[in-house]
Ligand binder design. Structure first.
Ligand code: ATP
Ligand code: MG
Ligand code: MG
Length: 508
């Protein structure tokens, strides 16, 4: 992939845009790009630089991405609400071209954020994130989507954990610390090399924690979902550990691609063992984060209060489109793909709501809501549609009659062609029986998710209305936030481009 037309081989110290930005280290990568931490010498702050592959298709997609990013970054005057929902979308700071050995690359500059939500899901070992955090993420995600759909006329089309990033707070403090740790690592490597007297160089590509969407299903459980959905895990599941200040701290640092010492290593005890030079700096940067003590060394409420608020932003508008100009009908990552897209029906902003519901379920449980697989006699799409029916009931006739691919999956009597035995298992029961939620919680969560999983996109609840759901009322840090202009459970059918592309407008 590091070849002409591919990724740019960025390296530490390399400068961009006439010397303004200097590369520090890699932050992540995706199918389209590599993303780097860089220092903006004009402001002396750090930024994230997304360097897009140089091939024509990637360049053109990047130019569209920039247009869409500008649209969501432009301040929208609103008399409706005091809450600024635009802050839940990653904002573009700058963009330019960069020439390298593999061609001309579009580069986008963003504020630096932290790890994506998949990393958080993994941190809790796919057992689900504490509900308190899920509510924070869900409410912010819905606020961000409401802004995108209603105020900007933009559809993301690829809402999934990898594309929602966590804010890290004091970036500069973390960067200082990570730079020190990096230098230490480099020094260590150098002395090791000297000791073994081998001059073998390490591969040039720096380490990265994130991964591309192409490998999305590989890294996660590949077990047969048709089996798994109907398998209740017996015995008590270990409870997820709450986010203590120290593992939150790890989380922050890992976003820069560095694994930190285990909790005790940043305790005051171990700081006492550090002396002089780099170590002193490590200690300094640690203390600047007020994390020199471990969670168990200080009062519960204090450590709790400090890291109560997870902040998220929706990122990667690389597949986004306009409510009145769709670029393709092949949208959404498999597990988050809506029924209207599977069936080849008209689609719109409401497709994002479906994905958001799948994502929120995944945060709660650690499992995909739908994880289709192919079998001897059925395709992945067959399985996907079967799973959707098993959870949500029969596909509405309107979708079957308008779906361009409906006939591939259904016969004239409206029955699935390739899968006959369906096992209905409603969401509330899944939450109780498989994931051991208490009946009352399962009821509320199901009541929250089901309107976003309406099979007919015209009837699907809109993001703004769902912000007002009782389940989100006590969201820490967002208790008072509600959108009076949107009604709970109401469909977004009044939003232009909600369930189909608006036609007749000039192209963007
Ligand atoms: P995809 O294959 O999903 O289309 P892409 O090439 O368009 O990927 P992004 O999804 O924008 O790239 O970014 C890839 C990864 O880089 C993200 O998952 C994230 O881990 C990291 N990343 C992106 N933007 C930032 C940022 N502003 N701050 C920190 N990390 C970032
Ligand atoms: Mg991405
Ligand atoms: Mg992308």
């Amino acid at each position: 992939d590091y070849k002409p037309g591919g990724y740019h081989p960025a390296f530490r110290g390399e400068t961009y845009n006439e010397g303004r930005y200097m590369v520090v280290r890699k932050l992540g990568w995706g199918h389209f790009s590599t993303v780097w931490l860089a220092k903006d010498t004009a402001t002396n702050a750090h930024v994230a630089m997304k360097i897009v592959r140089s091939d024509k298709v990637y360049t053109e997609a990047a130019l569209d991405e920039i247009k869409l990013l500008r649209q969501v970054s432009a301040p929208v005057s609103s008399t409706e609400s005091l809450y600024d929902s635009s802050k839940h979308i990653l904002s573009l700071l700058d963009s330019f071209n960069h020439n390298g050995p593999n061609g001309k690359h579009v580069v986008m500059v963003f504020e630096v954020l932290g790890e994506n939500l998949l990393a958080l899901i993994k941190k809790y070992e796919h057992r689900g994130i504490p509900v308190m955090y899920v509510k924070q993420i869900a409410k912010q995600l819905l606020l961000g989507l409401d802004y995108m759909h209603r105020k900007c006329g933009v559809i993301h089309t690829d809402i999934k954990p990898e594309n929602v990033l966590m804010d890290v707070g004091d970036v500069e403090a973390i960067v200082r610390m990570v730079e020190v740790l990096d230098k230490k690592k480099r020094d260590q490597k150098r002395s090791q090399r000297r000791a073994t007297k081998t001059s073998m160089d390490l591969p040039a590509a720096p380490n990265s924690l994130s991964r591309g969407s192409a490998s999305a299903s590989l890294e996660r459980s590949s077990s047969d979902r048709r089996m798994r959905r109907h398998t209740i895990i017996t015995g008590s599941q270990p409870l997820p550990s709450p986010i203590s200040s120290t593992n939150f701290f790890e989380m922050k640092a890992q976003m820069i691609g560095n694994s930190l010492p285990r909790p005790t290593a940043c305790s005051s005890r171990s700081n006492a063992n550090l002396s002089g030079g780099d170590d002193e700096q490590v200690a300094n940067s640690l203390s600047s984060l007020e994390l020199t003590t471990t969670a168990d060394e200080r009062p519960e409420d204090e450590s709790q209060r400090e890291h109560d608020i997870i902040q998220i932003k929706i990122a990667d508008l690389g597949n986004a489109c306009w409510y009145d100009e769709h670029y393709t009908n092949s949208i959404q990552t498999r597990e988050y793909r809506s029924p209207e897209v599977l069936l080849g029906c008209q689609w719109g902003c409401s497709a994002d709501i479906w994905s958001a519901a799948c994502l929120i379920f995944e945060l709660l449980t650690g499992d995909f809501l739908f994880e289709p697989d192919e079998g001897h006699s059925y395709s992945k799409d067959d399985d996907h549609i079967a799973q959707i029916i098993e959870l949500l009931g029969e596909i509405p006739a309107r979708l079957l009659s308008t779906g361009r691919h409906a006939r591939t999956f259904f016969n004239s009597r409206g029955q699935l062609r390739n899968i006959s035995k369906l096992k209905f298992w409603p969401l509330k029961d899944v939450l109780m029986e498989k994931y051991r939620f208490a009946a009352e919680d399962a009821e509320t969560i199901s009541d929250f998710l089901m309107p976003m999983l309406r099979l007919d996109p015209q009837e699907r609840a809109d993001a703004g209305g769902m912000v007002n759901h009782p389940w989100l009322r006590d969201t820490v840090g967002l208790e008072g936030v509600a959108l009076s202009e949107r009604k709970l459970y109401q469909s977004g059918a009044d939003i232009p481009g909600w369930s189909q592309e608006v036609t007749g407008h000039p192209r963007h």
